[in-house]
Design a protein around this ligand. Structure first.
Ligand SMILES: Nc1ncnc2c1ncn2[C@@H]1O[C@H](COP(=O)(O)OP(=O)(O)OP(=O)(O)O)[C@@H](O)[C@H]1O
Ligand SMILES: [Mg+2]
Length: 308
């Protein structure tokens, strides 16, 4: 993989149009490209004017398009978690896994976590096979929460690991004083045998991989898509600021549908101040094209150089 390109921005600004145009153009230039939509309201196949036969389709020799159903990842996660709980706590006869399942199912952050796992799977599956992975991300709020989930989880895991090591130490002390029989069979006393620590380490790796992807400067390019309207620019300022707090930088801003609308100089200045030297590009509004797919080359040509 030469590049992972993430398109971010508010609903309706043109993330799908720009990500699909870029993916199409990169493929036309002979690159192997994988275009993934993580937006729950998919319309990537519509953009290409195709009847969707399955969620993942090779639409040319070198362009694969995938509308990812994150609920599948959610189901898989719930299944995995219940299974690993059964394994980790098999000595506890009284634990009610059905109750646990219900609690998990309604936990806050699950949607974000499902997208995070989906993104990880995409990159793991495709990074050896293609030159470019292009991702059409969900609307801003969800994307921001996904981006912050990884570093937050890493901090949590650090603390949980410390706590777990303390528990194991206590168990060892009990064994030292009272002998092996004091601890039920199957209950770990050593870090190497502990399924809970193993689980935590796996989660740590996943969060680390995602955080590395979001913050990477060599491979990843983060494209913020905006329109010349007040809401979109305000949301743009928010996304730049919030991502910066997570050490994630935006690499370029593409103003889509220029010619439509306009914002005050003062608001524009606030965006420029927040963006601190990030380059901006302008894609015109194609009035006569209800779907701008005939314009993919023209659209991509505006900013493709900054991606290559
Ligand atoms: N440059 C353009 N000129 C004309 N129409 C455009 C342009 N860019 C996007 N559109 C149109 O604007 C609408 C929204 O674009 P698009 O679906 O790409 O946005 P999005 O950010 O992916 O939206 P959503 O959040 O709903 O997924 C579509 O009807 C699209 O055809
Ligand atoms: Mg879209």
């Amino acid at each position: 993989m030469k590049r992972l390109i993430l398109f971010l921005g508010k609903g309706g600004v043109g993330k799908t149009t720009l990500s699909a145009s870029l993916a199409n153009e990169l493929a036309k230039k002979g690159n192997q490209v994988y275009l993934a939509s993580l937006d729950p309201a998919h319309n990537i196949f519509d953009f290409f004017g195709l009847n969707q036969m399955s969620s993942e389709m090779a639409i040319t020799d070198n362009l694969v398009v995938h509308e990812i159903d994150t609920t599948e990842y959610l189901k898989e996660f719930l299944k995995d978690t219940t299974e690993s709980m059964k394994q980790s706590y098999k000595y506890l006869k009284i634990i009610n896994l059905e109750d646990m399942f219900d609690v998990l199912k309604h936990s806050p952050g699950l949607e974000e976590y499902a997208v995070l796992r989906a993104l990880d799977t995409i990159v793991q599956n495709w990074k050896q096979r293609v030159d470019y992975i292009v991702v059409d991300t969900p609307p801003t709020g969800l994307t921001l929460r996904i981006a912050s989930l990884a570093p937050t989880t890493l901090r949590w895991i650090e603390k949980l690991k410390e706590l777990r090591l303390k528990i194991l130490k206590r168990r060892q002390e009990i064994v030292n004083i009272k002998g092996d029989e004091a601890i039920p069979q199957g209950v770990a006393t050593e870090a190497n045998d502990d399924p809970v620590l193993r689980e935590l380490s796996e989660e740590e790796l996943l969060s680390r991989r995602i955080y590395d992807l979001f913050t990477d400067r060599e491979i990843t390019r983060r494209v913020l898509v905006l329109n010349h309207d007040e809401l979109s620019v305000k949301e743009g300022i928010m996304i730049i600021t919030d991502l910066k707090a997570l050490s994630i930088d935006i690499d370029l801003i593409v103003f889509n549908k220029t010619g439509l609308g306009g914002v005050s100089d003062e608001l524009m200045q606030r965006l420029i101040d927040a963006a601190q030297g990030v380059k901006t590009y302008e894609v015109p509004f194609f009035e006569d094209h209800p779907t701008p797919r005939e314009k993919t080359s023209e659209i991509a040509s505006v900013f493709i150089e900054s991606i290559l």
